[in-house]
Design a protein around this ligand. Structure first.
Ligand code: SAH
Ligand code: SF4
Length: 383
C-alpha cells in the first residue's frame, strides 16, 4: 500500500513541476511516507528524521541555506496529527493517507513571498521561508485522479489499489483508525488504471486491499473483477493481497485455478492457532474454519502456494495457546509466513488489555515459531 502511495505522491509532485531525487543531500523537500502497524516502524522514522537533522544542521535558527522542507506523510501522520510538531519541531508538514492529493499545494504554501535573500526555493520564484506548520488529516475520500499520474517505480510491475481503508477492527490493528473505513474504487476506474499501466509497458500487476475479498462495486464483486482483469490484453500476470479468512471462499479459489494470468498463490493471514485468542483478536473465524478453508484451497488448486501472517505474544496468550499456534503451523505447512511480535498500538481495543508477557519470553516464542516455519519453508522449497 505504501509503495503505491509513494508512487502517487511522486507522480503528483512531478506533475506539479518538481523532480524526484533519491539523495537527501540534494533534495529540497524530504517526505517520509510512514507505517503505524507496529511501533518499531514508527521508531525508525523518528530516528531517521533525527539523523537527517544532524546531517543537515536543521537546528540553524535562520533556516536559510540548504535546509529542506520535511514532510511526515501516511499512517503515522494520521496517528500523530499536529502532535508530530511537538515530537519533532523540524517536521514542517503532516499529511494523512486520505489527504495526499494536497501535498503539492502544501509545499507551495510553505514557501511564502518573504525575504528574496533567503536563497533558491523548491517552488522556483518564491524564497524558502517557512511561515507556519501545516497539517491535513481530515480527508475521507481520495480523488480518483491521483491514481492516474503515470508514475511507476518499477517499469514492469504495478501495484493497483482496489479498495482503501478497512472496517474489520481486528483488536490489535491500527489500520481502520488511520486509513479510515473500507471504501471500494469503481471497477471501471481500476480497469482504466491497469490499462494505462499496460500502455506504459507494464506486464505484471498486484491488486491491493486490506480485505480484498470484500470488494464490491454495484454488480462487480471481487471474483468478477478478477475475471475482468484477466481479460485485459497485454497483461501477462497478476496477483492480489490480502485475503481475510472470514471473506475468502471457493469462488476466488476457482478463479485462481481457472484464470491463466492469475498467480497460483494465496496469502491468508492466520494470526493465531488458538480459538480464544482469535476471538479476542476479533478475527471472525475459528481454527476449524481456517483449516477447512485451506483444505478447500488445496483441493481446488493442486500445488498452489500458501502463505500467512502470525502474531506472537498477543495480550494474555498463554504458553499452551502459543503451542497451539505452533501445532497449526506444523499442520498447515505454509510455504512462508510473516511472523510478528505483538506491538501494542494506542487507541486499539487490544491496547486496553493487560499484557503480562515478559520481553524475553516474547523473544523466545518468536524465535521458536520462526525456526519452525523456516524448517518447513526450506523443506517445501527443496521439493
Ligand atoms: N489487512 C491485512 C494485513 C494488514 S497488516 C490482513 O488483515 O491480513 C499486516 C500484518 O501485520 C497483519 O496480518 C498482522 O499479522 C500484523 N499486525 C498488524 N497489527 C499488528 C500489531 N499491532 N502487532 C503486531 N503485528 C501486527
Ligand atoms: Fe487490520 Fe484486521 Fe483490517 Fe487487516 S483486516 S487491516 S489486520 S483491521
Amino acid at each position: 500500500m505504501n509503495v503505491r502511495d509513494s508512487e502517487v505522491i511522486c507522480g503528483l509532485l512531478q506533475k506539479a513541476g518538481y523532480s524526484i531525487s533519491l539523495d537527501d543531500k540534494e533534495a529540497d523537500v524530504i517526505i517520509f511516507n510512514t507505517c503505524s502497524v507496529r511501533k518499531h516502524a514508527e521508531d525508525r522514522v523518528w530516528s531517521l528524521i533525527g539523523a537527517l537533522k544532524k546531517s543537515k544542521n536543521l537546528r540553524d535558527s535562520s533556516r536559510s541555506g540548504t535546509i529542506p522542507i520535511i514532510g511526515l506523510v501516511g499512517c503515522m501522520a494520521q496517528n500523530y496529527k499536529e502532535k508530530a510538531f511537538e515530537r519533532d519541531a523540524d517536521v514542517d508538514f503532516v499529511v494523512g493517507p486520505a489527504d495526499i492529493d494536497k501535498i503539492p499545494v502544501i509545499i507551495k504554501g510553505l514557501c511564502v513571498q518573504q525575504t528574496k535573500t533567503r536563497g533558491q526555493s523548491p517552488c522556483g520564484d518564491c524564497p524558502r521561508f517557512f511561515e507556519r506548520k501545516i497539517w491535513e488529516t481530515e480527508g475521507v475520500n481520495r480523488p480518483e485522479e491521483i491514481y492516474h499520474t503515470g508514475f511507476y517505480q518499477d517499469q514492469h510491475h504495478a501495484y493497483v489499489v482496489i479498495s482503501e481503508g478497512c472496517s474489520n477492527f481486528c483488536s490489535y490493528c491500527v489500520v481502520p483508525y488511520v486509513r479510515g473505513s473500507l471504501r471500494h474504487r469503481k471497477h471501471k476506474d481500476i480497469l482504466t488504471e491497469i490499462q494505462e499501466a499496460i500502455n506504459h509497458g507494464i506486464t505484471k500487476v498486484t491488486l491491493l486491499g486490506q480485505n480484498i475479498n470484500a470488494y464490491q462495486d454495484n454488480q462487480v464483486n471481487f471474483t468478477k473483477l478478477l475475471y475482468q482483469v484477466n481479460a485485459l490484453a497485454g497483461l501477462k500476470e497478476f496477483d492480489f493481497f490480502t485475503s481475510h479468512p472470514k471473506d475468502a471462499g471457493v469462488d476466488s479459489f476457482k478463479a485462481i485455478r481457472d484464470l491463466e494470468k492469475l498467480v497460483k498463490r494465496l496469502h491468508l493471514p492466520l494470526q493465531s492457532g488458538s480459538d480464544r485468542i482469535l476471538k479476542l483478536m476479533n478475527r471472525g473465524y475459528t481454527v476449524k474454519e481456517y483449516l477447512a478453508l485451506i483444505d478447500s484451497y488445496r483441493k481446488i488448486i493442486k500445488g498452489g502456494l500458501l502463505t500467512t501472517d502470525i502474531i506472537v505474544g498477543f495480550p494474555t496468550e498463554t504458553d499452551k495457546e502459543f503451542m497451539e499456534t505452533c501445532a497449526l503451523v506444523k499442520q498447515a505447512r505454509f510455504n512462508a509466513a510473516y511472523i510478528f511480535k505483538y506491538s501494542s498500538r494506542p487507541g486499539t481495543e487490544a491496547a486496553k488489555m493487560v499484557d503480562g508477557l515478559k520481553p524475553n519470553e516474547l523473544e523466545k516464542r518468536h524465535k521458536k515459531i520462526l525456526d519452525l516455519q523456516r524448517g518447513i519453508s526450506k523443506e517445501l522449497r527443496s521439493r
